[in-house]
Design a protein around this ligand. Structure first.
Ligand SMILES: C[S@@+](CC[C@H](N)C(=O)[O-])C[C@H]1O[C@@H](n2cnc3c(N)ncnc32)[C@H](O)[C@@H]1O
Length: 261
């Protein structure tokens, strides 16, 4: 059976809920690779995380849908560019949106990369790098010539605020003209995770030290239309580098997830 420490285990949580949503009849977020992976893995998903098909599944599907749209847009603009996925875990985005020409770089902690290498062996245009997203060395592995999109889905909330600031500054310095696409949780949710207890199945969400207040987002996003109406839990942001103005791509809030039915 797969054994992972708490932070890399979150990659199994997102995979499982994405697959759960993908199995739902009528879903707008199909993901055959995720479904296949969950079926293949020796892991007590249901006992650990529940049914995988409730609201968490809806929200996970919707969140991935927002990221996919942005990555697909980038690939239309920069068909031979590089998508760098920080904290990639067992994301199957490559199999959902790849255009046959782009390059893909996964950056994740050694434990998560070892699991990914075994379960999702890299295809010729994919590379895996086992190091922290906070390590200043990973940008050296990226050739920015044909365009760069840095994706951090479900990652930044696990970093400390100072680490997030440093990461933003590093990306701005190393990838001018690139874009950083990421999601955030609200400050109240971040605080809650630092006090959360294990649920009845014994699963405890790891602490998420970085959360933001909505007025902080609005300040950064003042030049663009606000699409996020129901940002109950997640918002997805795009930061055009090096100017540190964020663009809100959309939100995956509870009411929206329900509306999408
Ligand atoms: C919630 S999972 C998200 C996985 C994937 N992006 C997705 O959306 O399905 C968080 C991922 O971030 C990775 N992670 C956490 N801290 C990290 C760090 N400092 N550097 C790189 N990856 C990290 C974990 O190993 C895990 O794969």
């Amino acid at each position: 059976m797969e054994e992972l420490s708490a932070i890399p285990e979150t990659a199994l949580w997102t995979l499982y809920h994405r697959a759960g949503e993908a199995r739902r009849p009528g879903t707008r977020y199909p993901d055959p690779k995720a479904v296949e992976l969950v079926d293949r893995l020796d892991y007590p998903f249901a006992a650990r995380f529940g049914s995988g098909q409730g609201l968490a599944g809806r929200m996970q599907g919707a969140r991935c849908g927002l990221f996919d749209q942005e990555v697909a847009d980038f690939l239309r603009r920069c068909p031979r560019g590089t998508v760098v996925s920080l904290g990639d875990g067992l994301e199957t985005q490559y199999w959902r949106v790849d255009n046959g020409r782009a390059r893909w770089l996964t950056v994740d902690l050694p434990e998560a990369v070892a699991l990914r290498e075994r379960l999702l062996p890299p295809e010729p245009r994919q590379r895996l790098l086992a190091c922290s997203a906070t390590d200043p060395a990973w940008p050296d592995e990226v050739d920015p010539e044909l365009g760069v999109l840095i994706v951090a889905q479900g990652l930044l909330m696990y970093l400390r605020p100072g680490e997030v600031r440093e990461l933003f500054a590093r990306c701005a310095e190393r990838f001018p003209g690139g874009t950083l696409l990421f999601d955030v949780v609200p400050r109240w949710f971040s605080t809650m995770t630092t006090k959360a207890r294990a649920d009845r199945r014994g699963y405890r969400v790891p602490p998420m030290p970085w959360g933001v207040r909505s007025h902080e987002l609005l300040r950064d996003a003042r030049t663009v239309p606000l699409i996020a109406r129901h940002a109950w839990l997640f918002r997805v942001l795009a930061l055009d580098l090096p100017d540190l103005r964020a663009r809100i791509v959309g939100s995956v809030g509870l009411p929206e997830a329900l509306r999408r039915g």
